[in-house]
Design a protein around this ligand. Structure first.
Ligand SMILES: [Zn+2]
Length: 345
């Protein structure tokens, strides 16, 4: 029997810095930045969208080796099966099962294929840790129940006024020239999704398994990138020395083979890690008030102020309960990757 594959699962709401964190983590020895693996079947296999290395996924030598071990002819059915199992309307039942100590996402015949995918990724990359930035909590719950997977959850949280602003930006899925755009939910919907996904992430992992849960806020990560990444890497169980930092807030990035994510996953070379705070200036008063009202229960929990112009204190927020690995629930986040206007997602 092979040892289990350790998966570092980036959970939470979108536009919270998960792409940059994934790309930076992928620069450490023993870590493979897989990107949003839940999209492998649809965006990767069926649409043949670009790998992080720039090649269409089916032309990437690494993914070619992995794909040979998978029933790729069934990609459409597997993608449809996942969509059906991870629907928002299934959340109440998912949380009920979790409370009773049952598998949150019931078993399914495709589970064996998903377990094979992670095993194949670990085998062909030689990685000790596979970083999956799929974010969606139900998918993380599904992974955590698969045989042969040891799940650690990195919960990335960012001020919901910033994420709502970021969601409204018009951006190509893989860069400015990409005719296929990233989704642009209205601010009210972005606010509700933020509240739902962050609350569900805490319910699934923050309450019950703090040893396998680390919460990091975008604002804290961008305030002290190198130290925060060291903490994340140590939490993942990897040697934090020899990473990509050339300064406290600058990394040198080499291409990854991530499946999907924010377009910034294609950036290489020296990249400064700085907070994107354009929303503080450009988010309308009405939108600010709407998002603040809708996310009020979460603002308090994660340590964000109600009023505008009051920066969130570093490391604020209710500590993740108990666990030593949670380092007191202090949080990191990741920001815009530099000056070219590509905010993290
Ligand atoms: Zn590739």
């Amino acid at each position: 029997m092979n040892p289990p594959v350790r998966v570092l699962y980036l959970a939470g709401s979108g536009r919270s810095g998960s792409t940059l964190v994934t790309t930076v983590l992928g620069q450490y020895d023993g870590v493979f930045a897989a990107g949003e693996l839940r999209y492998l079947w649809q965006r990767g296999e069926l649409k043949n969208r670009p790998c992080g290395c720039g090649r269409p996924l089916r032309d990437c030598p690494l993914w070619d080796r992995v794909r040979r071990e998978l029933p790729t002819d069934r990609a459409a059915a597997i993608a449809a099966g996942l969509r059906g199992r991870l629907r928002m309307r299934g959340l109440p039942a998912l949380l009920r099962r979790h409370r009773r100590g049952l598998r949150p996402v019931p078993a399914h015949p495709d589970d064996a294929v998903l377990a094979d995918l992670y095993a194949a990724v670990a085998r062909h990359t030689g990685a000790r840790v596979v970083v999956d930035s799929s974010k969606l909590p139900p998918y993380g719950a599904l992974l955590g129940a698969l045989p042969g997977i040891e799940l650690r959850v990195l919960h990335l949280v960012r001020d919901p006024r910033a994420t709502a602003f970021s969601w409204r930006r018009r951006r190509g899925l893989d860069g400015d020239t990409d005719p296929e755009l990233m989704s642009r939910p209205p601010v009210w919907k972005a606010a509700l999704l933020w509240l739902v996904w962050n609350t569900v992430t805490v319910r699934l992992w923050g309450d019950r398994a703090p040893a396998g849960y680390l919460r990091v806020r975008y604002e804290d990560l961008t305030a002290d990138p190198e130290a925060t990444l060291r903490r994340i890497v140590a939490f993942a169980g990897v040697d934090p020395d020899g990473g990509p930092f050339t300064g406290p807030a600058t990394v040198r990035l080499t291409p990854t083979h991530s499946v999907a994510g924010n377009p910034s996953r294609h950036r290489t070379g020296p990249v400064p890690i700085t907070a994107d705070v354009q929303w503080r200036r450009d988010l309308s008063r009405w939108s600010y008030a709407l998002v603040t009202g809708l996310t009020a229960p979460g603002l308090r929990r994660f340590g964000y102020p109600w009023r505008r112009g009051v920066p969130a204190p570093a490391g604020a927020g209710r500590p993740a309960r108990g666990g030593p690995a949670a380092t007191g629930g202090r949080s990191v986040g990741v920001g815009r990757a530099g000056s070219t206007g590509h905010e993290e997602g």
